[in-house]
Design a protein around this ligand. Structure first.
Ligand SMILES: Cc1ncc(C[n+]2csc(CCOP(=O)(O)OP(=O)(O)O)c2C)c(N)n1
Ligand SMILES: [Mg+2]
Length: 688
């Protein structure tokens, strides 16, 4: 989808009329008047239409004339059906704030996250006039953003955020960047100072459109109330089409408090053209067919195929089913990126689990040895590939011999050939295209290859050093293993969120993921502090599920105050703080690469038990291995309709996440510490 078309296309004649060159005086005179009056909506308000006329009268330069005959009507402009037209007409007489909420209701939104402020009041006050709208106010706007992410990622709906101007808006930058990197649909309304104050360094003014440009899929400021409905529709469409992502609409206070005086008589439909593969091809359908045919041929000729499944599979309701069908049909083992965890049942013998920098040894060995690597909806981030020059060496060799290579199914064109040169790219919705390819796939046993995989799985299972200094010390990996064991039968009803660090990687490694969308974690940006607020958003979207945040002590310290939000709204979540009293992941790097100079990574932590109790959470503090299982059972069986529970587990600080692949090495060059010996004598000669 070429969004530049949307941004640059004229929206309506009236909008163009407003784009007049004006003297500064004329603008401020008219706008100050408008803003002052429109703040009290029942008085004789100054409408935007009247404003336009005033501006026209007062401007001294001759207006730019739009040439309406120059362009055909853009494809995405549609006349809506009768009920839409009626709805649009009904917006006349409403304030900008009311229009926003009307539009949200029409788009099926029932939950908004946000934080109030002077500039946002016309919007948040409008919320009080509508039923069935939940408005969740966190302790910090970052919390609102991560809550919206958790809500959106776990439900597939759009996460909506409303924040005030200036610091309110800048506080959501991290969630915006996080959502952009992980492909999560968010619509953020940031309030802005009135249009006539923009650029005057006015109180709580920040150029949020400029600031958020690189961390949104699209953003815009709405400077005309008549434009508001159309912009909101565009925002939702852009957030949810193609690869989902965050958008931001900046709403000046005079727009949100102003009144729409005249009916909107030009209608824009939600039906954007579908995301077209091969935008510049004369025959996109033919190109797609050719790619799919070639991909199928490569798979049919493969001796050692491997699938890498990413988040793209989870973005389609049928994704996991289609993935399983492909794997079954030709007996292809399935590895998963961190964000793809849950798209394939990891108890399946064909599962290679998470691959990458801290991925499974067997998965990484398989990827490097495979002659055909089929990447389904994964960006191939450097955490998943390590050194790209040494990536998929087996497939590269097969490519040179004219039969194998790397196939990438991907919806986002910019992710194709971004870091890794692809042999065949199939552009468009991943699941739909795999579905199209399935009839062309021949059944195959790949017996020798799968025997090899099973042997690697037996030899190099995820493990850790189980002996510790004393009987009491708890190994962090053991906590996840126990949680995995105790929840085996109820996993369908559990969603897990995490912070970022060692605990996140151990959660990925030692929990066996079976269900789509059961892990909600910050992958590409790696945002500490994601866990607690994301868990709240997940719970609001999935009230029947048990939502567990597995957090690090340092990650929890960043946003743990959102447990007060949990108390305020009675949102019962469960939190495990894996307390190693350190920024473990950084401490581990200091140990390995910086000669044990632990510069400021050992944490001065609060008494987490008292802290969480002060936020009205139930707490358990586990310090001894002997009580871990009992405490975990108590934690899991705690069942209160509104109260949260926090289990603080003091764990061994010295543990290191293995395997480790250095960014300069190939995926097969793993450091596994003293866990076992990687003994594959002829591996390179055989496969590369
Ligand atoms: C907001 C943010 N700041 C800094 C980092 C860099 N970083 C990555 S992991 C980590 C330590 C995390 O510590 P903790 O949450 O206690 O988890 P642990 O590694 O100890 O399990 C840091 C500082 C980050 N990912 N995010
Ligand atoms: Mg820690």
């Amino acid at each position: 989808m070429d969004f530049s078309k949307i941004i640059s296309a004229p929206s309506s004649k009236s909008i163009l009329k407003n784009a007049l060159p004006l003297t500064t005086n004329a603008i401020s005179k008219c706008l100050i008047k408008q803003y002052a009056v429109s703040s009290s909506p029942n008085k004789n308000t100054f409408s935007n239409d009247k404003l336009t006329t005033e501006l026209e009268k007062s401007q001294t330069l001759s207006p730019i004339k739009a040439n309406y005959n120059a362009k055909p009507v853009p494809q995405y402009v549609q006349v809506k059906n009768d009920s839409d037209i009626e709805f649009y007409r009904g917006l006349a007489g409403k304030t900008g704030g009311e229009i926003i909420i009307e539009m949200l209701q029409r788009l099926g939104i029932d939950t908004v996250f946000g934080y109030p402020g002077g500039a946002a009041l016309p919007i948040t006050d409008s919320l009080t006039k509508y039923k069935n709208m939940r408005y969740i106010v966190p302790r910090h706007e970052q919390g609102a953003g991560h809550m919206a992410e958790g809500f959106a990622k776990s439900t597939g709906k759009v996460g909506v955020v409303i924040v005030t101007s200036g610091p309110g808006a800048t506080n959501v930058i991290t969630p915006l960047a996080d959502a952009l990197n992980d492909g999560i649909p968010l619509v953020v309304f940031s309030a802005q100072v009135p249009t006539f104050s923009i650029g005057t360094d006015s109180f709580q003014e920040a150029d949020i459109v400029g600031i958020s440009r690189s961390c949104t899929k699209w953003n815009s400021i709405v400077k005309d109330i008549r434009e508001l409905p159309r912009r909101i529709e565009e925002a939702f469409k852009i957030a949810t089409t193609g690869r989902p992502g965050p958008v931001l609409l900046d709403i000046p206070k005079d727009i949100s408090s102003g009144i729409l005086r005249r009916e909107i008589d030009e209608f824009y439909g939600l039906n954007f053209p579908p995301c077209e593969p091969y935008l510049f091809s004369a025959d996109p359908e033919g190109e797609l067919k050719k790619s799919i045919r070639h991909a199928a041929d490569m798979i049919n000729n493969a001796e050692r195929p491997v699938i890498i499944a990413g988040a793209g599979i989870l973005n389609h309701p049928e994704g996991p089913k289609i993935l399983k069908t492909l794997s079954r049909k030709a007996n292809i083992p399935v590895a998963t990126s961190f964000q793809g965890l849950g798209c394939f049942n990891e108890n399946d013998p064909m599962a290679l689990h998470m691959i990458g920098m801290h991925g499974s040894v067997y998965g990484n060995l398989a990827i490097q040895a495979a002659d055909v690597v089929i990447v389904l909806g994964s960006r191939m981030d450097e955490r998943a590939t390590a050194n790209t020059d040494l990536y998929c060496l087996g497939a590269r060799k097969a490519e040179r011999r004219g039969y194998g290579g790397i196939i990438q199914f991907e919806i986002q064109p910019k992710n194709i050939n971004k870091k890794v040169q692809i042999t065949e790219a199939v552009e468009g919705d991943v699941t739909e295209n795999v579905k199209k390819m399935l009839p062309l796939i021949q059944s195959h046993h790949h017996k020798q290859w799968n025997n090899q995989i099973q042997e690697w799985k037996r030899k190099y299972a995820f493990t850790y050093n189980r002996s510790s200094f004393d009987e009491e010390t708890i190994k962090p990996q053991h906590v996840i293993e126990e949680l995995n064991r105790l929840t085996e039968r109820i996993k369908k009803d559990i969603v897990i969120t995490t912070g970022v660090g060692q605990h996140q990687m151990w959660t990925a490694q030692f929990f066996r993921w079976k269900y789509p969308k059961s892990l909600i974690s910050s992958g590409a940006l790696g945002t500490m502090g994601f866990g607690v607020p994301a868990a709240l958003g997940v719970k609001l979207g999935n009230p029947k599920k048990m939502v567990i945040d597995i957090d690090g002590d340092s990650s929890f310290s960043m946003t743990g105050q959102e447990l007060i939000t949990a108390k305020q709204y009675g949102i019962p979540i469960k939190v495990i703080i894996m307390n190693n009293a350190s920024q473990g992941m950084v401490r581990q790097m200091q140990e390995i690469y910086y000669d044990r100079r632990y510069n400021q990574t050992i944490m001065c932590n609060p008494d987490f038990k008292s802290l969480c109790e002060a936020m009205d959470a139930e707490t358990i503090h586990t310090t001894n291995k002997a009580t871990l299982t009992k405490d975990l059972k108590k934690f899991l069986s705690f069942n209160h309709p509104t109260r949260s529970i926090v289990l603080i587990v003091d764990v061994d600080q010295s543990e290191i996440v293995y395997p480790i692949v250095n960014s300069t090495d190939g995926l097969h060059e793993m450091d596994v510490g003293n866990l076992y010996k990687l003994n594959e004598p002829n591996y390179e000669e055989k496969y590369f």
